[in-house]
Design a protein around this ligand. Sequence first.
Ligand code: SF4
Length: 742
Amino acid sequence: MTLKFFSDKNRPVHLGPYPLERLKRQIGVPRLSRIPAIAPLSFHRPEQPESIVNAMGEYQAMMDALRDGLVNPARADIPSDPQERSNHLKAFGYFNDASMVGIGRIPDSARLEEARLNPDIGRLAHALMTRQTKTLASGIDLIMADLKDSMNAPPGSIETHSHAVVFLYEHLRDPEAHEPGCDWIMDAQDHRACLRSSETAVVIANYIRLLGFSAKAHSLSSTDVDLNQLAVASGLVTVEDDRLVAPWLGERFGLAVVTTDMDLAHDAPLAPMEFQPWRHLRGFDWWLGRHSSKNALNRDPFRNRRYVDGAYPFERLKRVDEPTTFIDEMNVARVPKRADMFARAQFGDMGKSVQDGAKGGHYARKSAPSFAQRRALGAFVLLQDGESTEGPRPADGERNAANLKAASYFLGADAVGLSRCPEWAWYSHDATGAPIDPPHDQAVSMIIDQGFETMEGASGDDWISVAQSMRAYLRFSLIGGVLAQQIRNLGYKAKAHTVMDGEVLQPPLLLLSGLGEVSRIGEVILNPYLGPRLKSGAVTTDMPMAHDKPIDFGLQAFCEACNKCARECPSGAITAGPKLMFNGYEIWKSDSQKCATYRITTQGGAMCGRCMKTCPWNLEGLFAEAPVRWAASHIPAAAPLLAKLDDAAGRGGLNPVKKWWWDIELQTDGAYRAANQPVNRRDLQKDLDLKYEDQTLAVYPAPLAPPPWPYPFPMDREAGIAAYQAMIPAAEYRKRLAAGDS
Ligand code: SF4
């Protein structure tokens, strides 16, 4: 596990994980003449068909196709102070997991005479126009039109751009030749850094354009500027012996850039490494991480761990044969995709105000950061499924499992689990109402951390909430999509199931693959190292693979004794009562209608993840927290005390130091300006004594689900309340099953 000795609760997000602010800067313009020219990067390795680099190609081309776009003619009302703007954009980059972000002027010498364009964009455009797109995601026509425009548009000029925001992504340890699971990820560090930095640059360029300023993203595969020169000019790297060197990282990093005409404050160039303070660069402070979240011991989570094992010590978890909550596999009721609450909202099943909030994804568009993420998220839908090639079809299930896991961790997944994908985990009908005949029986489930730092500054239901979700959804769409393509390249079928277009229910797959246990929150599966602060995704396939087993880390006893999420839920959707059987699953069933209604219609923010924010398992990852986590997992009797202590310590409250986003909202003229309603900046409600008997909850089990076809089917809340009251505990359910009375 990553070692972190000091909390960074007093460190603003824009400073980033490295103590860059403690380094010496240089006065004046650095010499740019000795900077090595950027080397082109190809995503084609025909001689190595097993290399993951081949699978990254279309995703990189897609991001390169989206690096420019229309500028919102209605300019946003944002702070005019260039320093505040720079801090904001840096924090956005760190929110996206950049290692370092610097901002500098664009010297004339950094402008390329001729833009370098990714040749794969043309191939991708042709493939997309001719490929039978199977996706049923709503708004796919708009996505296709946007892409067509982007791919056919002449490259936009950056003449008016005078500022560059540079994103640096560090390399991880090089996989070793005979390391288990590393067959596919050898020699792919530059490509991985390019892919991940491009994701950030493309999103933030789109964000700046939505605010009404011109901006364009530049990657190693498509650029109008010399990334290396800009990295020097923005104070992220120095030139040492004709090589680019980043503090703490040396030459092991990749770059992407956003150029813009938005007025920004600049970072001064770094002084050469020989003049840097030793204690911050290599000494005691760096080893302990006294001034930063990164330190010498935790900088690379794979320094002393194998890729196949992931960054967290999952091997220490107790494995069990069955999930810790009962699943009546023979009687799980499959429901149509039309039963999903967001689909029901769009069809007006929950009334007009909810429908208006859901129409066209308004809940995501009303916040600028999430709307910026949405473009790539939509475009990736076009790549998440496809035809398999005549690949080598590796048949060794153990080896496939190791490769799938190591590749997912290498690309950036936070937790990965493998399991069967039973028929009952699939929806019964797709978005058109056509029956789904499950095409794959294996699943790779992944978890993406929503990020502790931003969660600390947020109430969970304010103006960053929706972007926290979308960031994780986008990350899975990228990583899961590349993995699915990799599997198809090897000759098997595979599809990534993303938030925009998925055909499986993820909670049961997370349980089967040992990624967590059922929590009081309801449909949220809680992971012992990330808590509930996560989004998940799955890749289904017919590739043979060894499976993981479910885990037991004592959560059932803990949630029995803790009611915090139910108490803090702004919509009162989380039960304060017992687990009950729903559609064949034993679960603390929440009122999804209340939850979805609040998330879609809240006025003081966009969406909600307050349950994740306030849960005692949402931990910073400090060394000092390990005994608490151990006690929570191993001493069930300690759960009430630990839950109380968590409250007493004020954990789950607001930390204003970590608030970096602006409270701006989409207005009717298309501009983002100050939010119309008071912002949801709620703190803990420690005095609220929530009682189960005072709650009125509704559920919509299979018999109350809408027909699979896309037309309105109003919800019958009275029937839903009655259905809640008719649910029974698992023990009673099993008794009835045994008696043949199910
Ligand atoms: Fe369980 Fe408490 Fe977390 Fe809710 S807040 S999921 S009850 S541990």
